[in-house]
Ligand binder design. Structure first.
Ligand code: SAM
Length: 252
């Protein structure tokens, strides 16, 4: 196994794309995007920021389905290079979510994060940075893993590093959002959907064994399977959950 291998690396996302048969590294693939964006109006002229866009499949899907003109940003340069080459319609830029002041694009009417928030060490700093690039009545859509309360007592690990480092704590989220200029509107519980999506994902990993081994080797195949089987177990036990969180710019 290359050292270090971790799921948020370029190779990790490449494996997930192969398994998911699309450039998505979030639970539920296209079904999840349609679910998350159901309350968001489709307007080809509105500006959308897909923060932590990965390989660009989500940004391309949103733009192709008429939700708006999408800019995808990600901290990881190989994913941005791949997205730029593969999907000509959206704009893709390398940028850290906590340093969005450096971005010329925007202000954005809609900001989406699909399984990204859990990877950010400081949620308040990220929300502040996102608020800085948001239009007056901007909508924030966070699709992510949640910590029902005691996740950090026994976090899921990917070797020496946390697999899901910082799932969203829903208690106190409203206050953190308010401090960063957002007004928390609704939270939809997706626990049952996450279990269903990860049952399907684990089955797909097993079905794609040969292709994953050809791409990354036997050791990584076993590692990826055990990570997602572990995540499914944690979802079933209620140690971790999933949610859709909607907020608006305060005063918008
Ligand atoms: C699980 S992947 C999800 C990718 C994409 N949203 C999707 O659904 O396919 C998480 C992504 O967040 C990106 N990321 C993590 N921390 C980031 C940060 N501080 N700024 C920008 N992107 C970040 C990672 O590089 C990775 O592409």
């Amino acid at each position: 196994m290359p050292n270090p291998f971790f799921m948020n690396s370029y190779l990790g996302k490449q494996i997930l794309s192969l398994v998911r048969e699309g450039d998505f590294a979030h639970a539920g693939e296209e079904e999840a995007i349609a679910l998350a964006l159901a309350p968001v109006r489709q307007d080809p002229d509105q500006l959308i920021l897909d923060a932590g866009c990965g390989r660009g499949g989500t940004a391309a899907y949103m733009q192709a389905k008429g939700w708006g003109r999408v800019t995808g940003i990600d901290i990881e340069p190989n994913s941005i290079a791949y997205a730029t080459q593969t999907y000509p319609e959206p704009t893709f830029l390398r940028c850290d979510i906590s340093a969005l002041a450096a971005l010329d694009e925007g202000p954005f009417d809609v900001i989406t994060l699909f399984n990204v928030f859990y990877a950010l060490p400081d949620h308040e700093a990220a929300l502040l940075s996102l608020a800085g690039r948001a239009a007056a009545a901007a909508r924030l859509v966070i699709f992510d893993y949640v910590d029902p309360g005691h996740y950090q007592d026994d976090p899921l690990m990917d070797g020496d590093i946390a697999f899901l480092p910082n799932p969203v704590r829903l208690d106190g989220l409203g206050e953190i959002m308010e401090g960063a200029g957002w007004k928390l509107e609704t939270i939809d519980d997706l626990e049952a959907d996450y279990v269903r999506w990860y049952v399907a994902l684990v089955a797909k990993i097993e079905a794609k064994r040969e292709e994953i081994v050809a791409l990354a080797g036997e050791g990584i195949y076993e590692h990826v399977l055990s990570l997602y089987a572990g995540l499914l177990g944690a979802l079933r036990e209620g140690r971790v959950g999933g949610a859709l969180i909607y907020a608006r710019m305060s005063g918008g």
